[in-house]
Design a protein around this ligand. Structure first.
Ligand code: GDP
Ligand code: ZN
Length: 307
């Protein structure tokens, strides 16, 4: 049998077979693993081969993970070099962000979209809670919107309580498989419920103390909705460690830097201090946003954002 992994609880996986049945499955025996060193050999979104367990009903073992078209991967924790695949075989990944209550830092957004760019996953950032912003906040977010559109990212500005951006968001997701991520409290569940009421995501109250929200979900989970729309909801992600890039490779994943890279004097230019660096010149002329350059330097120096 073949199926798609819809949920991972650590030791058990839920696998949906094409007939609509959900199996409880474990990896067992000699499984042909991918050669990635990850904490989870099987990820939500994976297409797997299943063997029914004759001893227990609805239970199966995973004997093979099929080739992934793409995936998103992070280091989840400052202390560990272990990498975690968030999900695989994606049409896109949406980060729900907010400038306030709680604030999503640009550094976090940059690491998320860099990973999407490097692993061939189209990225979208939905700035939610626009209703909480005053005039100044709106001006700030309009600048941010331009920065990210220049970086090849789809940007939507809206509020879970208001329709326009929601309609564009749901149109993009329709019939596709998207991952949804965000810090807890940004309104991801509220958005999900507004767009796809069948998803039935739990809405939590933002905790007064930390302004970071409570954790209501713990594991990534894929919901299949009408029109075969598949949403992979991930638990409130606080930490996003970028994995394993060569220093000279990083600027390639900043789309707005790419046109300048071949014009630097040195082939292995890291765009930090080198003479005749076209990237630095472009920043000085305002053609590349300084905020993005600061993130670039942070990622180059292995500074991860663990909030
Ligand atoms: P999640 O942790 O990202 O899933 O966040 P929730 O969906 O549980 O929302 C956290 C809190 O923010 C709840 O009290 C929501 O009612 C509130 N919220 C969600 N979206 C918005 C929005 O667009 N504007 C405002 N003002 N509050 C929102
Ligand atoms: Zn350079």
């Amino acid at each position: 049998m073949e199926g798609t992994v819809t949920k991972s609880t650590g030791s058990w996986y839920h696998v949906l077979t094409d007939d609509g049945k959900v199996w409880m499955a474990r990896t067992r025996g000699k499984m042909r693993l991918t050669d990635l060193d990850t904490s989870n050999p099987v990820a939500v979104g994976d297409r797997v081969e299943l063997k029914e367990d004759p001893n227990y009903p609805d239970t199966a073992s995973i004997s093979q993970v099929f080739h992934r078209q793409n995936y998103l991967i992070r280091r989840a924790n400052k202390l560990s070099s272990r990498r975690q695949i968030l999900a695989s075989n994606l049409d896109g990944a949406a980060l729900i962000a907010s400038l306030t209550s709680p604030r999503t830092s640009l550094g976090f957004i940059d690491r998320f979209i860099l990973t999407c760019e490097a692993y061939h996953v189209p990225a979208l950032v939905f700035f939610n809670k626009m209703d909480l912003l005053g005039e100044r906040g709106e001006a700030v977010i309009n600048d941010i919107k331009d920065i990210y559109r220049n970086a090849n990212v789809t940007v939507l500005l809206g509020s879970a309580k208001e329709g326009k951006a929601l309609a564009s968001f749901s149109a993009l997701l329709q019939g596709k498989r998207w991952l949804l991520a965000g810090h807890s409290g940004v309104g991801k569940s509220t958005l999900l419920n507004a767009v796809f009421p069948q998803a039935n995501a739990k809405v939590g109250k933002i905790s007064e103390h930390h302004n970071k929200g409570q954790h209501t979900t713990t594991f990534a989970e894929m919901f299949t909705l009408e029109d075969n729309t598949q949403i992979i909801d991930t638990p409130g992600i606080r930490d996003f460690g970028v994995v394993d890039f060569e220093p000279t490779e990083i600027s390639q994943y900043f789309p707005e830097m790419r046109p300048y890279l071949s014009r630097c004097k040195f082939n292995d230019c890291l765009h930090t201090h080198e003479p005749d660096c076209a990237v630095i010149a472009a920043i000085e002329k305002g053609e590349i946003a300084d905020e993005r350059y600061q993130s670039y330097l942070g990622i180059l120096n292995n500074e991860d954002i663990f909030e």
